[in-house]
Design a protein around this ligand. Structure first.
Ligand code: CP3
Length: 346
């Protein structure tokens, strides 16, 4: 492709509106793809897949080959940071992540100050392999979890329906939570810089549990730590672009994120009203999102209507098409093909 321009995805994130809307999907490498399931089986454990550059690079590239998305996202997980800090982490088949809970300062003191460089080196190696195999038209996204979300898993030891353990910790032992968050801010900033140095052009920070913060605590436990990560990353990599996906940050919380200027792009989950995003977010930020992953499972009319509503409402300003949360394992591949075609206008 004799295209000398930066990738469409990067131009859009830079605030340029083109005739095409770039598209990628959260969790685009995953169990809905038979070629992923094949490599996943070969890897044995999920963490082994994350730390094996050849296999992790392969699964990162699979959705690009199949669908030609505008961006690839590094295949890894937000929980490699607690793991690299020395916490026991495993992924139990059919149940999700299990960690040995860290519930007070004494347990935190046993973790490392800095993530184990050997573990993270394998991930940077994946990034550089992928970048070397992508064309210039495809951007590469690195990522980490936001401190509140990662700490939620570290404290509860697993996913919980309403993040009660970390919310109680925030009320009862703010000093401990603050120390844990500080540890994660430093580790995450280093980790994102490492990914950017290895060839990622953009990083996304996943705040999956923004919805579990009362609005008056959102600044303290979500925006402030994410802002410190962003400042540290940009001090070293001023050209890096940062997308923040704060799931459940509807209304005022999302507006606070947009107004903070922390992010270059604001992810919208599937609950965000499109009119609100156009009026209150787009004047300040490039938006990304927010098709309901279940509309993609359903396909047909529901899918077409969902796509058109997003393009019609948000397409007048720079917008990156995505789902409003990760793609579900039961998603038919034909529906993803239909989605990409329709977003590209063919
Ligand atoms: O988007 C991508 O394709 C990149 C890879 C990626 C994964 N996880 C791979 C994965 C990314 C960006 C993540 C982020 C992540 N991980 C988040 C934030 C986004 C969100 O979904 O809110 C969270 C909360 C996690 C923690 C996590 N990892 C959980 C809760 C689970 C189990 C749930 C499940 O779907 O099984 C994982 C495992 C995981 N991470 C899988 C994948 C492809 C499935 C595991 C497998 O293949 O066996």
């Amino acid at each position: 492709v004799g295209n000398k321009q930066p990738a469409l995805f990067l131009r859009t994130l830079d605030g340029e509106r083109s005739e095409h809307t770039p598209i990628w999907l959260m969790r685009q490498a995953g169990r809905y793809l038979p070629e992923y399931r094949e490599v996943r089986e070969r890897a044995g454990s999920f963490l082994n897949l994350c730390y094996s550059p050849a296999m992790a690079a392969e699964v990162t590239l699979q959705p690009i080959r199949r669908f030609g998305f505008d961006a690839a996202i590094l295949f890894s997980d937000i929980l490699v940071i607690p793991h690299a800090l020395g916490q026991h982490v495993e992924f139990v088949e059919g149940e999700g992540p299990r960690l040995d809970p860290i519930v007070e300062g004494a347990a935190l003191a046993k973790l490392s100050e800095r993530p184990d460089p050997a573990r993270l080196a394998a991930i940077y190696e994946t990034v550089s392999r992928v970048r070397g195999r992508l064309g210039p038209e495809t951007a590469l996204i690195g990522f980490c979890g936001a401190p509140w979300t990662v700490a939620s898993y570290m404290i509860a030891g697993k996913g919980t329906p309403d993040q009660a353990p970390i919310r109680l910790t925030a009320y009862r032992d703010g000093a401990f939570l603050s120390a844990l968050v500080d540890r994660l801010v430093a580790a995450s900033a280093d980790y994102l810089v490492g990914q950017l140095e290895a060839g990622a052009q953009v990083v996304q920070i996943f705040e999956s549990f923004a919805g579990a913060l009362p609005p008056q605590l959102f600044e303290r436990w979500s925006l402030e730590p994410i802002g410190r990560i962003a400042t540290a990353v940009k001090a070293v990599k001023p050209d890096a672009k940062i997308i923040v996906f704060a799931r459940g940050a509807a209304g005022g919380k999302l507006e606070a994120l947009a107004q903070s200027g922390i992010a270059d792009g604001v992810g919208l989950d599937w609950g965000v009203d499109l009119g609100f995003a156009r009026e209150r977010i787009q004047p300040r930020q490039v938006t990304q999102g927010n098709l309901d992953p279940l509309a993609l499972v359903a396909g047909g009319e529901a899918l077409d209507r969902g796509i058109d509503a997003i393009l019609n409402t948000l397409g007048g300003k720079p917008h990156i098409f995505n789902l409003g949360h990760g793609i579900l394992p039961e998603t038919p591949i034909a529906h993803v093909e239909r989605l990409v075609k329709r977003v590209r206008g063919n």
